[in-house]
Design a protein around this ligand. Structure first.
Ligand code: 4AD
Ligand code: MG
Length: 462
């Protein structure tokens, strides 16, 4: 079979040639003597138009009845049609129906709302929007691997089941083989984990960072790219319970190096996708987010903004009357504040740095002021936080002190403390939320529409 992508990319070569294509029918309309079958085979954003004629095909009346959604194999000659909407079409010699599709097919030829399409997550990849989203998602993943591999980063597969809570936010899905209807208890009433599979409480990972750091202390530069899980009770357009994260970790590096890496990675991805998916990106720009291409091109041609948390609070405090949640030094930034900074103040991606230690994770390096940590969040228009990262605390003493302050059990983090005992090196890293990155590049407004089968609060279909 020839793919529709090949036909479009190598048009000249196929003109006048006979080819066979398999795909799904997007529309079918016929008049008395000839008809048009529009077929999409999933390899290219544009579909193939197939013309079938009564005098050439003895099953003409059957073809005219083929329903939208049917799987067909068509054979015919590629003919250039200059001046027409499509540059070429296929004149069919043969049309074979592999799988018919009845009139109850949920994707008839009209615009369906994203809400409706979420209810048929198994069929929505056959629509234009989701064809574009998931091809671009695939390209972004590839671009990310290419970016890190070109720079000699080692791809590390960190575990999904773990005994630790990297972010210390307690938003974990527990993993257990205990019978929930009959949990074994110790004499003092606590759960008896000796009967559980791992003999201790375990959970799905919220981040691969701690394991990633151990490999950075051996390979210098590494990255992870895998699923992470958060039982965050946030029912928003930006939060999923299962999402993918990219977490590079670099040794002999500080917060500045970390931000340089993050900025060049994002620019690399944008450039890659604009170059490799022009049809999809034009589609998003026309039908999903009108300013998308202009915005992304602007990002490529400018430096990201930089502001400290303390400066950002000063700027935001002047606009407190515009916010639902009023800011003050020490508060965590909400989406409305993040978006204000990146959309209204900087009008481009911006790094906010040096947050109060109280609102950040235990592993971040304490700044000299003793109050803030060497953290950075990267905020982008339309979304807010897309990346969170930091320089890591490399002093054993300060790290232990911080863990004591937070009441963390140091025995659980023995391996992590060892890294500070045996050849501790300055290091930094960040986590890029993959779905938020896909949203940013496509202009899609809801995280549920950029992951094939979304898991969110009260929703785990398919
Ligand atoms: O800021 P976070 O929590 O940082 C970490 O997990 C660090 N361990 C990363 C590191 O330094 N190696 O999460 C990183 C990013 C966020 O900026 C956001 O883009 C994304 O992960 N993220 C989510 N994406 C979708 N749904 C959720 N519930 C998310 N929580 C975080
Ligand atoms: Mg964060």
């Amino acid at each position: 079979l020839t793919s529709v992508r090949q036909l479009f990319r190598e048009k000249e070569q196929f003109a006048g040639q006979k080819v066979t294509v398999g795909g799904w029918v997007r529309s079918n309309r016929d008049s008395k003597n000839f008809g048009f079958l529009v077929v999409n085979d999933g390899t290219f954003f544009e579909p193939l138009q197939v013309v079938y004629a009564a005098d050439k095909l003895d099953n003409y009346t059957d073809i005219a009845k083929i329903g939208v959604g049917a799987a067909v194999i068509v054979t015919g000659t590629i003919v250039e049609t200059p001046g027409a909407k499509q540059l070429f079409e296929m004149q069919a010699d043969e049309v074979v129906v592999e799988g018919a599709c009845g009139p109850d097919y949920p994707l008839q030829k009209k615009r369906h709302s994203f809400e409706y399409l979420r209810t048929i997550a198994h069929l929505r990849p056959r629509t234009n929007t989701f064809q574009a989203v998931f091809r671009v998602r695939s390209l972004i993943a590839y671009a990310i691997h290419q970016f890190f591999q070109e720079r000699d980063f080692v791809y590390v597969h960190t575990p999904l089941i773990t005994g630790s809570d990297c972010e210390g936010a307690g938003e974990m899905f527990q993993v257990t083989t205990l019978d929930l209807n009959n949990v074994p208890k110790n004499e003092d009433g606590t759960v008896d984990y000796t009967q559980d599979f791992f003999c201790k409480p375990t959970n799905l990972t919220v981040s691969g960072q701690l394991n990633g750091e151990t490999y950075a202390m051996a390979f210098k530069n590494i990255y992870t790219f895998g699923p992470t899980f958060r039982a965050e009770n946030s029912n928003t357009t930006r939060h999923a319970a299962e999402f993918w994260m990219i977490e590079p970790e670099i040794a002999f590096a500080d917060l500045k190096d970390d931000m340089v890496l993050a900025e060049s990675m994002l620019k690399y991805i944008i450039r890659y996708v604009l170059e490799h998916a022009p049809e999809e990106m034009n589609f998003f720009n026309s039908f999903v987010d009108k300013g998308l291409l202009e915005r992304l091109n602007h990002v490529l041609n400018s430096d990201f903004g930089h502001v400290t948390y303390t400066e950002a609070i000063k700027i935001l405090e002047e606009h407190n009357d515009e916010f639902d949640y009023k800011v003050y030094w020490g508060c965590d930034l909400q989406t409305e504040h993040e978006r204000y900074l990146t959309e209204k103040v900087f009008k481009r991606p911006v790094f906010v740095t040096d947050y109060p230690k109280e609102i950040k994770a235990f592993y971040m390096k304490l700044n000299e002021d003793g109050k803030t940590v060497a953290a950075m969040d990267c905020l982008v228009p339309g979304i807010g936080e897309i990346i969170g990262g930091s320089q890591r605390e490399d002093s054993l003493e300060l790290l232990e002190q911080r863990m004591d302050e937070l009441g963390l059990n140091k025995e659980d983090y023995g391996f992590y403390l060892d890294l500070r005992k045996y050849g501790s090196a300055s290091h930094a890293g960040f986590g890029l939320g993959f779905e938020r990155c896909v949203m940013y590049l496509t202009g899609m407004g809801n995280i549920r529409d950029v992951i094939p089968f979304p898991r969110t609060v009260k929703n785990c279909e398919l």
